[in-house]
Design a binder for this molecule. Structure first.
Ligand code: 5AD
Ligand code: SF4
Length: 452
């Protein structure tokens, strides 16, 4: 009987994609995936370090599974990802029931490590930095022919690159994911073509800073070059592919060439996730973000002018060391000028080894909470205004499947990333693009009637 493995993933979509690759590699090696934790012979945790809370959650969970190991000593438990990279051997001391710890550059070794653990138990820590392209490429291409992702899904992700060179002062990513490395465009195009041949209609391109794709480690493009825009142009030519999305572009790399590509390429979606972090120039400088609020707004304005209907989402950090009410009001102002459709708001969390740690954690938690709530209230108001404005309009959606709330209804998203719920007709299939008339809205969802 095949040994079963279970993977729990914390953190971002890049981690989700890594978990898919590892799961596929394990399946190709003869293991079986289970979604039921207690059924597993091998428990794997893909961890995140971006905020303290993410680490705490994973450590708490791994602590709990100690009980399972007491009952079944043959159980193999491994940790990989960003927290594994940052804490290495330390994790074996804190969580002595762990069998192995694998860092971000060594994910491709996991199948061999699992086999080694089965053959003869020993504690393994594999977390050295490996900047070879091989370490990047072996992580990809495993998704095809596997049982990992939902077979009916029409959406898949592709990792374009790993690491980050920007060293924003609050961020641990450059320390745990290492220097930026881009994959070869030909390998990405090949992966995309294989996914489309398998029925994928929408591709999400992933990277810490996708705008730096192909820049060989430079912080911003020279003049009007944009290898990322060139890649979008090539992907746009793939027949059968309907939509291309990407996260996240850093504003410093969002030049005119990229703006024009987003506007001109028919498959590139009209929704841009553009991390703002702060709207105060003083704080942006202390964060080493490399742009001003005015420069950020100028990208948004140019996109709005060239790509009518474009919507924006963002990441914001509240309570960065030294953030005053005045700084926060500047953030709030930019937030409302852009009119974000979605925002991920984070309370500043000091990360060891980063530059900002030296500044202390000066903003009281109550102020962080207050600022967080103020932005969430603004967001709700903005989105319900946007949704209300969609009433009685026609929209096109890519059909994604059955609505989670009501099994008689289906849902899909517009290219601007609005979710629309509708009652399907018998001929409609997942993956179809259909036209709907918006009849009703709530602050979060649009309800449409089928037109074709
Ligand atoms: N504290 C709070 N939020 C952070 N982020 C990154 N580092 C920190 C930190 N130390 C947020 C940023 C980033 C998102 C992925 O996580 O907003 O865009
Ligand atoms: Fe972190 Fe800044 Fe790199 Fe994003 S761009 S991963 S916030 S260092």
């Amino acid at each position: 009987m095949n040994l079963k493995f279970y993977i729990k993933t914390y953190g971002c979509q890049m981690n989700e994609r890594d978990s898919e690759s590892i799961a596929s590699a394990l399946i190709d090696a003869g293991f079986e995936m289970t979604l039921i934790e207690i059924e597993a012979d091998i428990l794997l945790f893909n961890t995140c370090s971006v905020r303290e809370q993410a680490e705490r959650k994973a450590v708490g969970k791994i602590g709990i599974v100690k009980k399972l190991k007491r009952k079944r000593p043959e159980l193999i438990i491994g940790v990989f990802g960003c927290m594994a990279q940052s804490r290495k051997d330390e994790l074996l001391i804190e969580l002595p029931h762990l069998d192995f710890v694998v860092g971000t550059d060594k994910l491709y070794t996991i199948v061999d490590i699992v086999k080694e653990e089965i053959a003869g138990r020993r504690k393994i820590v594999m977390a050295d930095v490996d900047s070879s392209v091989a370490s990047l490429e072996t992580m990809n291409g495993h998704i095809i022919n596997s049982d990992v992702s939902n077979k009916d899904s029409i959406i898949a992700s592709i990792s374009l690159m790993r690491g980050c060179n920007r060293f924003c002062t609050y961020c641990i990513v450059p320390y745990v994911r290492g220097r930026e490395k881009s994959r070869e465009p030909s390998s990405i195009l090949n992966e995309a073509e294989q996914l489309v041949a398998r029925g994928i209609k929408e591709i999400m391109l992933l990277g810490q800073n996708v705008g730096a794709f192909g820049l060989d480690g430079r912080l911003r493009p020279d003049g009007d070059e944009s290898p990322f825009a060139d890649l979008l142009e090539e992907l746009n030519k793939i027949e059968g592919l309907e939509r291309i999305r990407f996260i996240s572009p850093h504003p410093a790399c969002f030049n005119d060439k990229l703006i024009q590509a987003v506007a001109a390429l028919s498959k590139v979606c009209n929704n841009i996730h553009l991390p703002l972090q702060s709207g105060s120039n003083r704080i942006l400088k202390a964060m080493h973000r490399g742009y001003t609020a005015e420069e950020y707004l100028s990208i948004v304005e140019r996109l709005k002018a060239l790509a009518p209907g474009v919507t924006f989402s963002t990441d914001i950090i509240v309570g960065f060391p030294g953030e005053t009410d005045e700084d926060f009001n500047a953030t709030r102002k930019v937030f409302n000028i852009v009119g974000f459709d979605n925002a991920f708001i984070f309370k500043y969390s000091p990360r060891r080894g980063t530059e900002a740690v030296e500044l202390g954690d000066t903003v009281p938690i109550e102020d962080k909470e207050k600022r967080n709530h103020a932005l969430l209230r603004d967001l709700k108001q903005i989105t319900s205004g946007h949704n209300h404005a969609m009433l009685n309009k026609k929209v096109k959606i890519l059909v994604e499947g059955v609505s989670k709330r009501n099994k008689n209804r289906w849902f899909g998203r517009t290219t601007s990333n609005n979710t629309v719920v509708f009652t399907p007709s018998p001929s409609i299939l997942v993956g179809d693009v259909v036209e709907l008339f918006i009849e009703n809205t709530t602050s979060a969802t649009l309800f449409g009637r089928l037109l074709n």
